[in-house]
Design a protein around this ligand. Structure first.
Ligand SMILES: C[C@](O)(CO)[C@H](O)COP(=O)(O)OP(=O)(O)OC[C@H]1O[C@@H](n2ccc(N)nc2=O)[C@H](O)[C@@H]1O
Ligand SMILES: Nc1ncnc2c1ncn2[C@@H]1O[C@H](COP(=O)(O)OP(=O)(O)OP(=O)(O)O)[C@@H](O)[C@H]1O
Length: 283
């Protein structure tokens, strides 16, 4: 057969707020968080092969081939669907790892949706999201592709439509371990639940921020610097720090001032992910 080939975006997410409500028996934490995408991310290219082999051709420092979420997602989908086809994969990786912007989860979701398309499996979103959840708590929101208020460990999603400002995202050169932050004894774990709709106004706190800022001076520095211009927030468990601006010009202006000493990028907030916009255009 002729090899079908497809390049798809794998965008980042931001947690516009993140409350920790409690800890479950299994050690995982009950959260309430608001996910929004940004128009910035990796690009993954897929080429179908007919021998059933799954091969990621791009090397990741510190991540063995078979542990990569892209490979794990592809193998799981192949196994569960009984598909006899394989895939060659290349990624243009721009998203930092351990930055709290969901790079690995997004890559897994792009892989699931891309292969569902190329292998012509006809799986619906519910099924792909359920498979995605077994790879990571943040995978389902990337599979759905709509900004969402998330509860549980992040899997109970209610679509929402917050404003879509331009963001400046600062990337401190440090990788934060999610497990380490969630096991810190000083973490706030008793925030009362809030109601979802329409958008959780005035609740933009991230309960992980005090713990991350105390442990990582690089993150504290980014929060302090960005905080001179706009409300500076932490996404997920960090390390990335972000702030919203009414237009690109203002975000660019602050970026020019801060990126002399810090790494960062400017991107538009988006309630429909770039991945879904691209997939729509293919139909
Ligand atoms: C905090 C968020 O960034 C919000 O978007 C995500 O929920 C984190 O998701 P993730 O990076 O996919 O995290 P996972 O790989 O699932 O979990 C890493 C570790 O963080 C802790 N963890 C994670 C999520 C959660 N709701 N409670 C937890 O206690 C657990 O110790 C877990 O072993
Ligand atoms: N395709 C992948 N891209 C990035 N990281 C991957 C990938 N596959 C496996 N990983 C592993 O997952 C870890 C977390 O990466 P990821 O980019 O998802 O972090 P994150 O942005 O902090 O995510 P989150 O917001 O979900 O906490 C990495 O340190 C790496 O070891």
């Amino acid at each position: 057969m002729t090899a079908a080939r497809l390049t798809l975006p794998s965008p980042a997410k931001l947690n516009l707020m993140l409350h920790i409500l409690g800890r479950r028996e299994d050690g995982y934490h009950e959260l309430q968080t608001l996910f929004q995408f940004v128009d910035y991310g990796d690009e993954i290219t897929f080429a179908v092969r007919d021998d059933g082999v799954i091969q990621l051709h791009t090397e990741f420092a510190g991540v063995p081939h078979d542990s990569n979420l892209i490979v794990r997602a592809a193998k799981m989908l192949q196994q569960q669907s009984g598909c006899a086809l394989g895939i060659d994969i290349w990624i243009d990786k721009v998203l930092p790892m351990g930055g709290g912007i969901g790079g690995g989860s997004s890559n897994a979701a792009t892989t699931l949706l891309g292969l569902n398309h190329l292998w012509q499996l006809g799986w619906d979103e519910d099924r792909l999201a359920a498979l995605g959840l077994s790879l990571g708590a943040d995978v389902p929101v990337f599979v759905r592709g709509h900004a969402a208020f998330a509860e549980g460990v992040g899997e109970k999603l209610t679509p929402v439509n917050p404003e879509e400002p331009w963001y400046l995202v600062l990337v401190p050169q440090v990788s934060v371990s999610t497990a380490e932050i969630f096991s810190d004894p000083l973490l706030t774990r008793n925030t009362p639940p809030i109601k979802v709709r329409p958008v959780p106004e005035g609740n933009s706190r991230n309960d992980c921020l005090p713990v991350v800022a105390r442990r990582y001076p690089e993150v504290r520095n980014a929060l302090d610097l960005l905080g001179k211009f706009t409300e500076a927030k932490l996404t997920g468990t960090g390390s990335c720090v972000f702030g919203g601006f009414p237009n690109k010009a203002e975000a660019d202006k602050v970026s020019a001032l801060l990126t002399e000493t810090l790494t960062g990028f400017v991107a538009k907030g988006s309630n429909i992910s770039m991945l879904h916009r691209k997939l729509q255009s293919l139909l």
